[in-house]
Design a protein around this ligand. Structure first.
Ligand code: SF4
Length: 106
């Protein structure tokens, strides 16, 4: 069998689409802490988006890999992205809960 352009085209068409794997994390964004810097969107562009108020939102929780979600959360300069293990419910990020620090109440 020769690798003519036609046979290569056929091989490409038979290749399955990239498998979508559900992420390991439930994502929460602490809206009042988000400064709209956007590094989360640069790292996990299919998961995070910006709303009309220039605050990050979750567009597709399984849009990126779990590794990319963790990297995006770790990149947030104000720890506005919280990741929880879907199975255990335990917080994975940030390591210390600064959620209720001064100014976050309400
Ligand atoms: S990196 Fe943090 S502060 Fe920046 S847009 Fe994302 S959630 Fe908001």
């Amino acid at each position: 069998m020769s690798d003519t352009p036609e046979s290569l085209d056929g091989a490409r068409r038979k290749r399955p689409a990239r498998e979508r794997v559900p992420s390991l994390y439930r994502i929460e964004i602490l809206r009042k802490r988000c400064t709209g810097v956007g590094t989360c969107m640069e790292i996990a562009s299919r998961t995070f988006d910006m709303d009309d108020e220039a605050v990050a939102v979750v567009r597709d929780p399984d849009g990126n890999t779990s590794e990319q979600l963790l990297a995006a959360a770790q990149s947030c300069p104000v720890d506005a992205i919280f990741l929880y293990d879907k199975e255990s419910g335990e917080k994975v990020w940030p390591p210390r809960d600064k959620r209720f620090s001064k100014g976050d109440e309400g």
